[in-house]
Design a protein around this ligand. Sequence first.
Ligand SMILES: Cc1cc2nc3c(=O)[nH]c(=O)nc-3n(C[C@H](O)[C@H](O)[C@H](O)COP(=O)(O)O)c2cc1C
Length: 161
Amino acid sequence: MPVSDDRLFRDALGRFATGITVITCRDPQTDQPQGFTANSFSSLSLDPPLVLFSLRKQAQCLPAFLGSEAFAVNILAEDQVDLSARFASSDPGRWEGLEHQTWSTGAPILPDMLASFECRTVSTHEGGDHVIFIGQVLALSMPREAPPLLYFRGAYHGVKP
Ligand SMILES: Cc1cc2nc3c(=O)[nH]c(=O)nc-3n(C[C@H](O)[C@H](O)[C@H](O)COP(=O)(O)O)c2cc1C
């Protein structure tokens, strides 16, 4: 089947189940936290320890991620759909009332995650309408044991609406 139909392409990609993360950084211009919901996170290398994600070129937070040279990946648990929705919206108030820690880079580490990784950006690459970020992991935590939040066929998997 040719890949001429955008809807078909999205539908086929949606059959690949993923976890969900909130990827954050500290905006170097404003010193404010930035973050967005991402399922493009992937492990890349063990030695050195590298991970990657891709960010839409049109995303408002792209300049902050390009400028900050560091990011944190926060992996969501099944009961954190609200956080996923919050960081998939462009609501400027999405950090309001949200506790977080910072480690060495200032990228926000969210509480009660399955795992968090703090990374230094080692390279960025053009990838069509996205930019691919590769980061070296500097530190990690695994504060919680819980089932993961999963995304499959364009919806949260196994979560009652
Ligand atoms: C489950 C899920 C996964 C997403 N994954 C990505 C992703 O990997 N890359 C991306 O650029 N946007 C992704 N998005 C969309 C962004 O979260 C959304 O566009 C966000 O608002 C971008 O931030 P902005 O307000 O700075 O533009 C995803 C959304 C959802 C609901």
